[in-house]
Design a protein around this ligand. Structure first.
Ligand SMILES: [Zn+2]
Length: 338
């Protein structure tokens, strides 16, 4: 999800912590001032929007005091004026776009951060030439749609086309232009998206889903899955969790069902054990280590299942005599309490 940190004036991807655009401090006040002024103007006079809203709200803070302050004020005003003239073409476009966004966004129920993302897209677009083939209205609606996608807010293409009465092909073209113009902002694929499907395919209980998700997210967040297909990372995680939860599936079966090779599953599984391992089974009464597995390939059998570990110890903890029970997966590790 992309959020706007108003205090720091940054857009941050909550998933990666990455700052997408710094120095957008001007967007916050600009946006707010803009929204406010537009509302005021609409309420009072219904007149079209003034371009003044685009001076980044600075002018309002410049007050006149002593003569030295006045000179400073005059200088600053001149600077502002120059800046405004220089960027006036771009500003006009931006103001037009933001006005449309402000007005149209109220027609569909979107969270504030989605509106902020749309404003960010529009700001980036206003700097480029590519989009000028499309009319502003379509571009703005497409930005809003794209912002929903980026933030995983479920909306449909058809819904937008109908609600905003735009032609599907124009809308599609505008989205294409946005994709090209702001490649750094892309709808994020949820790392966990394949899990329900895979568990279903393999007839594994959905209760193991959270553990698989934890592993997949861990691998992604640590950058250990970069360049690897999400399906294979999920398959590797599913394989290890199927063992730890006593629902063991063979690599061969997973490979066949998912159309990937056994070697790929083994590689992902090896990487997961390396990153989160060792695999440990412990007595939940006294913490005695019943079994330990350090590295894939260390024996031909692979990781033992809880049932195998239990029978290895005749069902009882050799240290405290606790009767080994149903496996409980320990969060954040490849550890099972019995
Ligand atoms: Zn014990």
């Amino acid at each position: 999800m992309i959020i706007f940190d108003a205090q720091r004036g940054e857009y941050i991807d909550t998933e990666t912590g990455e700052v997408i655009e710094e120095r957008v401090a001007d967007l916050g006040p600009e946006w707010r001032a803009f929204e406010y002024k537009e509302r005021l103007e609409r309420e009072r006079t219904g007149s079209p929007l003034s371009l003044k809203v685009h001076d980044h709200g600075l002018s309002t803070r410049i007050g006149a005091g002593s003569s030295r302050d006045r000179i400073k004020l005059i200088r600053m005003r001149r600077l502002h004026e120059e800046a405004r003239i220089l960027s006036s073409e771009r500003s006009k476009r931006l103001v037009t776009y933001l006005a449309i966004l402000n007005r149209e966004a109220t027609k569909i129920a979107v969270p504030e951060h989605v509106k902020q993302s749309a404003a960010l897209i529009i700001r980036k677009l206003a700097k480029k030439k590519s989009h000028r083939k499309s009319d502003p209205y379509t571009i703005v609606i497409a930005s809003l749609y794209y912002a929903c996608k980026i933030n995983n807010v479920p909306v449909s293409f058809q819904e937008f086309v109908t609600k905003f009465s735009i032609s599907a092909s124009d809308f599609w073209n505008a989205i294409k232009q946005i994709k090209e113009a702001v490649p750094e902002l892309r709808p994020r694929v949820l790392p966990t998206k394949f899990i329900p499907k895979i568990l279903d395919e393999l007839k594994l209980p959905s209760t193991i889903g959270p553990k698989v998700a934890e592993i997949v997210n861990f691998m992604y967040n640590k950058g250990l899955a970069s360049g690897k297909s999400l399906l294979t990372v999920t398959a590797g995680a599913t394989y290890i969790v199927s063992i730890l939860s006593d629902n063991k599936k063979m690599q061969k079966e997973i490979a066949e069902k998912l159309g990937i090779t056994e070697a790929t599953i083994r590689n992902r599984y090896r990487e997961i054990v390396k990153a989160l391992g060792p695999v440990r089974y412990v007595c939940q009464e006294c913490g005695f280590e019943l079994y330990r597995f350090e590295e894939v390939g260390e024996d031909t059998h692979g990781v033992m299942t809880p049932s195998e570990v239990k029978s290895m110890h005749d069902g009882k903890c050799p240290r405290c005599g606790h009767e080994l029970g149903t496996p409980t997966l320990v969060p954040g590790k490849l550890e099972v309490m019995l």
